[in-house]
Design a protein around this ligand. Sequence first.
Ligand code: C2E
Ligand code: CA
Ligand code: CA
Ligand code: CA
Length: 279
Amino acid sequence: SKDMGGDAYQFYTAEMNAKALQHLILDNALHHALERGELQLYYQPQLDLVTGQVCGMEALLRWQHPELGMISPAEFIPLAEKTGLIVPIGEWVLRTACAQNQAWQLPGRPALPIAVNLSGRQFAQHNLAQTITRILAQTGLAPDLLELEITESTLIQDIQTSISMLHELNALGIAISIDDFGTGYSSLSYLKRFPINAIKIDQSFVRDIHTDPNDAAIVSAIIAMARSLGMKTIAEGVETNEQLVFLQSRQCDLMQGYYFSRPVPAEVITQMLNEDWCL
Ligand code: C2E
Ligand code: CA
Ligand code: CA
Ligand code: CA
């Protein structure tokens, strides 16, 4: 009320719980992170399970905060989703990843695609295809060297809208993968209707492949199903040789994980490419 005058602010602040206050501070900091150049992309190689060679990479966002240190995307991306800040941040990610991949294109080196994570909020932008077209033109990257990763839970929120957006993106010549597959409870009938190139098997299934027969069965079933639908499979979170051997035996196409490499700065990927690192 009016009578509270200058004390009103204090009153509400006291009522705020610590988490909300922390979010407020973090949101404010995130606003400035872009301009101050605190955001950075790391890259994790993807390996072909037949040839053992690096066949692409995924761009993963990092926030190096001057006081708080490295903040995990798992922590700030949900917040950026809520505030809508993920849209300009996501555009920065797309531009940076496309420019970096264009810089990696050298004669004598195989042209490898770069995978970029797309948030639900970005996927809902009606002008997404135009934004991507503009970024490809600005960076000079060929569309077939860009892949988008969209989570299963984003795709199943509005099936009809998702299908038409996927067709729009497909028409640009970009490949699309379903991220975190197996965690979103989508039915096979939906999957069949999505113009999708690859399925990323969530790391929660890969982790216990050797100790949990159910997870082994789920992974085998996902690979077989993807093949019958003409989609590639990428296993996430591969950390051991046992997991690798299992995936090879089930004819999974690609893998990504600490077993080969953690996400690393661009310079390290450049070195891997120059020295032809492989499994
Ligand atoms: P994600 O897309 O499922 O990415 C895979 C996550 O697993 C990454 O975590 C990666 O560092 C981690 N990882 C890779 N290999 C292994 C492994 O062998 N073992 C284990 N335990 N983990 C592994 P990260 O980089 O912390 O990213 C977390 C999530 O944040 C991502 O999950 C993605 O959902 C989101 N994210 C990251 N970058 C972006 C971005 O640019 N845009 C959007 N919208 N989301 C992003
Ligand atoms: Ca991903
Ligand atoms: Ca994933
Ligand atoms: Ca995941």
